[in-house]
Design a protein around this ligand. Structure first.
Ligand SMILES: Nc1nc2c(ncn2[C@@H]2O[C@H](COP(=O)(O)OP(=O)(O)OP(=O)(O)O)[C@@H](O)[C@H]2O)c(=O)[nH]1
Ligand SMILES: [Mg+2]
Length: 433
């Protein structure tokens, strides 16, 4: 990829908006822009309210000068904030590129992802962080955005670095074994040690793959289960939250005999609400099995403590007179609405914490991590037949597999990326990023 030319692009999202952003990066960025602005000095970092004149247009503009290496790309960067008409923005880029070219400056329009490519090329971001920029741009939900931010914060590299260094050490020992093969009393690494260390790396890689999400992270519809003693008022609350008489309610304990599920929207969240039999010995198994796999358990009882894992709901407030915020009268609309709000809030919080622990992972990264894991499994299969307290019988093959596994991991963060990997990564971007 040509990294000598200065590159230019509209960097704001497509469509009309109040302001649009033009970005120029490269050693001639200042020379390209400065004849068109009344801004005195673009070589020192700063923001200037000025005007930009291109062709027939003379427009108000905010000019941001960010000399390299302390800029996003690591090069001289000049950005122009101008009125956001999409046609005007394209006209200005063409005009400024044309003006630069006519003065003999090597300036051209940027290709997709080229600004971030330069940031990577100049050591400003690692390859995994560069990819997370694309994930941030493409995020369509809060959870995707969170996962992408984790990746941008460098979590991918932080998770992989210990695995890469452990793998490097194991490889070094295997290669040492090959070098000292003629000295029979020297065993650099035994087959047993090798397989257990490689198994541990493989298991960490499986965890890494499991933490990946970048596509939609939401799980299915959350299951909310009403549990509690018989006659506590679970079915009455179930009907009240549903807004209709779906299940039988009776003054006699033990009325509900099976778990019953219904969809209901609470505070904008679609929920699968489950009514269960009372927490009595003879039907406890049915209630407990309804609880398994649930996202939220509501412990419904007029008095007494709720189990630690459940959200307490104090039923029959009109009878008990309990003034606490957890207290609900199933016949009072405000109480039922407040309970629905508590349920939705708890689900939102738990989803956010799931998203917080997730990491945006591109198909490329996932593929490389899986490839590395498969290669490590081949190592275990190969060395697993050797006596565990002896050296390896096929060390050269083991070393080759380990090196390929290491290369695959390295390519995730771009430590030693082959050229074609770069094309794949930056092709995902849009122009201006
Ligand atoms: N006063 C009052 N009575 C309630 C309230 N909620 C439920 N009840 C009554 O309590 C009795 C038991 O209600 P259910 O909803 O059937 O109780 P349950 O927990 O489903 O009972 P099981 O199905 O037997 O486990 C019924 O007579 C309801 O009318 C409430 O908030 N206030
Ligand atoms: Mg019931």
């Amino acid at each position: 990829m040509d990294i000598e030319s200065t590159i230019a692009a509209v960097s704001s999202p497509p469509g009309a908006s109040e302001c649009g952003l033009l970005r120029f990066s490269g050693c001639d960025a200042v020379s390209v822009v400065s004849p068109h602005t009344a801004c005195a000095d673009l070589t020192t970092r700063g923001v200037t309210e000025t005007r930009v004149a291109v062709g027939d247009f003379d427009l108000p503009a905010t000019v941001l000068a960010m000399p390299g290496p302390h800029s996003y790309t690591g090069e001289d960067v000049v950005e122009l904030l101008v009125p956001g008409n999409p046609l005007l923005l394209e006209y200005l880029v063409d005009g400024l590129v044309g003006s630069g070219t006519s003065r003999g400056l090597p300036v051209r329009r940027a290709t997709a992802g080229e600004f971030t490519y330069r940031a990577w090329y100049n050591g400003r971001v690692s390859l995994d962080r560069a990819e997370s920029v694309a994930a941030i741009i493409a995020a369509e939900s809060d959870s995707e955005l969170q996962a992408a931010r984790h990746a941008f914060a460098g979590d991918t590299g932080r998770l992989l670095t210990p695995l890469t260094s452990e793998l490097t050490q194991v490889l070094a020992l295997v290669e040492a074994g090959i070098d000292f093969a003629d000295q029979e009393d020297v065993v650099a690494i035994t087959a047993g040690t090798l397989t257990s260390r490689v198994r541990a790396i493989g298991s960490s890689l499986r965890d890494f793959l499991a933490s990946g999400g970048g596509a939609e992270l939401e799980r299915g519809v959350p299951r909310v289960v009403l549990r509690g003693p018989a006659n506590a008022g679970k079915s009455t609350l179930f009907n009240a939250l549903l807004g209709r008489e779906r299940v039988v309610v009776h003054g006699q304990a033990g009325t509900t005999r099976d778990a019953i599920e219904e969809h209901v929207v609470m505070d904008g969240i679609d929920v699968l609400l489950v009514d269960t039999p009372g927490d009595e010995v003879q039907v406890a198994a049915a209630a407990a099995s309804a609880e398994s796999g649930s996202d939220l358990v509501l412990w419904c009882a007029p008095t007494g403590d709720a189990p630690a894992h459940a959200m307490p709901v104090r039923t029959k407030r009109d009878l008990t007179g309990d003034p606490g915020p957890e207290s609900v009268c199933a016949f009072t609309a405000e109480d039922v609405a407040r309970l629905a709000g508590r349920i939705a809030g708890a689900i939102r919080t738990s989803r956010q914490s799931v998203a917080r622990s997730r990491l945006a992972m591109s198909h490329r990264q996932r593929g490389l991590a899986s490839e590395s894991r498969d290669l490590l499994e081949q190592v275990v299969a190969l060395a697993g037949n050797d006596p565990s307290d002896r050296g390896l019988t096929r060390p050269a093959e083991v070393a080759t597999l380990l090196r390929c596994a290491l290369d695959a991991l390295g390519a995730i963060t771009g430590e030693v990326p082959p050229d074609d990997v770069l094309g794949l990564v930056f092709a995902e971007f849009c122009i201006g990023k």
